[in-house]
Design a protein around this ligand. Structure first.
Ligand code: NDP
Length: 398
């Protein structure tokens, strides 16, 4: 039994709150806090349970966070605000003796650049304080790392190639919208691509490398190589991997909009003066794009995210392995009022917190998900709406 503080009340925060409330034997008290309290209140109202309360916080401010943590004294914070707030929330957790979990690695606001070094630098301080920090516990990063750990534990003596494949075959009926925070999403996709091969990181132009991949129950979709944060920790934690890549599907319509947005300067994060006021074009764009939280209602189709791995099995024979989940936008919406991208992130975040509170992932320090036992986590995912499937010795297409 434990008390959880969820910071952030966007699409992902809403799913986390619903899923925690569905598991009162583990989460007996739930506080949702965010910049805009009315959004937290709306989520609490939709859940309608007396053990769900709300509060307000600016998570860029360590003193405000410390006051919030002292007031509520949670066992763990689930950080589903934005990656900009990771370090302030970790600082406050250290100051107040609270455990920590997030779904995206730290990114400075003024530089579209993400890497684990900033958060890995907290390892010793969390260890000394006897506190656990679980990094990147959404779907990707998150389940992608747990799948890889599961493959290493049960199937491979040596993993040689890892391809994480992320397909959203859903349709929300809008000309252009992002499935999670537009600012974070556009910053990620417009960056150069990068993959790991034979101990080196190889950079590509954005969307330079692409390939048609077949997704279960969906069919062929054009998939683009891009850099994704979990590659950084997975090649460290599984050093036998010779090549690690990440692929994501995009439709032509989406890519055309993205190109126009870039060409006209709206993807820029450099502040400009407008009518005497400083604005950041990308932040302004976010304000006029559809809110990802409101996409759910008309969203049809499904997502399919998984890991395609090759290497040698426990006897040293060649093996290919594909482990994946398909998630329906309609089903996710019926259960939580959110689409599948928020759902597939929120369910693993709740599950990671559950692993911590039930003592299965309790290890002082700062850890990526693949450093923990994957079995109890995947057991829970099966029961909490994200069942997974395996294909052994199939064609990986990669
Ligand atoms: P949203 O933009 O929908 O929600 C973000 C929430 O954080 C909002 O409630 C926002 O408040 C709040 N927030 C932002 N800044 C602050 C602040 N300074 N203080 C307090 N609250 C703040 O994003 P999503 O729910 O789509 O995404 C949440 C996180 O999940 C992101 O970090 C994203 O990168 C991550 N993610 C991870 C995935 C994975 O698979 N690992 C996949 C998808 C997302 P307000 O409403 O007032 O703006």
């Amino acid at each position: 039994m434990g008390k959880v503080l969820i910071i952030g009340a966007g699409g992902v925060g809403t799913v986390v709150a619903h899923k925690c409330a569905q598991n009162p034997d583990v989460f007996n008290e739930i506080v949702i806090a965010s910049r805009t309290k009315s959004k937290c209140d709306a989520v609490a109202k939709a859940i309608g349970k007396p053990n769900v309360t709300t509060d307000q916080v600016d998570a860029d401010s360590v003193p405000e966070l410390v006051a919030l943590l002292k007031k509520h004294q949670p066992d763990i914070v689930i950080n589903v605000a934005l990656p900009y707030q990771d370090l302030t929330i970790m600082d406050a957790c250290l100051e107040c003796g609270v455990n920590y979990l997030d779904t995206a690695n730290y990114e400075p606001k003024d530089e579209a650049h993400f890497e684990y070094s900033w958060q890995w630098a907290y390892k010793e301080r969390f260890e000394k304080a006897g506190l656990t920090a679980i990094l990147g516990c959404g779907f990707d990063p998150g389940v992608s790392g747990v799948y890889t750990a599961y493959a290493a534990k049960h199937y491979f003596s040596e993993m040689e190639t890892l391809d994480i494949v992320d397909c959203n075959a859903g349709n929300h009926g809008k000309a252009f919208a992002t499935n999670f925070n537009p600012e974070i999403n556009i910053r990620e996709i417009t960056q150069k691509g990068k993959y790991y091969e034979n101990g080196e990181w190889i950079e590509t132009e954005p969307q330079e490398i692409h390939k048609t991949l077949n997704y279960p129950n969906i069919g062929p979709r054009e998939s683009y190589l891009l850099y994704h944060e979990e590659l950084e920790s997975l090649v460290v934690n599984f050093p036998s991997i010779k090549r690690a890549r990440f692929w994501m599907t995009f439709g032509q319509e989406y890519l055309t909009h993205l190109r126009v947005i870039q060409n006209i300067g709206m993807a820029s994060i450099d502040p400009i003066m407008y009518n005497g006021q400083e604005i950041v074009p990308l932040q302004f764009l976010k304000a006029v794009l559809p809110n990802p939280k409101e996409l759910g209602e008309n969203y049809v189709g499904e997502t399919s995210i998984g890991c395609r791995i090759s290497g040698k099995d426990k006897e040293g024979k060649p093996l290919t392995y594909y482990i994946y989940n398909n998630c329906s936008h309609e089903e996710a919406f019926k259960e939580t009022g959110m689409q599948a991208v928020s759902y597939t992130t929120g369910v693993p975040a709740m599950t990671g917190a559950m692993m911590f509170l039930t003592g299965k992932w309790n290890k002082p320090g700062v850890h990526n998900v693949e450093e923990f036992d994957p079995d109890p986590f995947l057991d829970v995912l099966n029961k909490q709406g994200l069942p997974w499937h395996e294909i052994i010795n199939g064609d990986l297409e990669l």
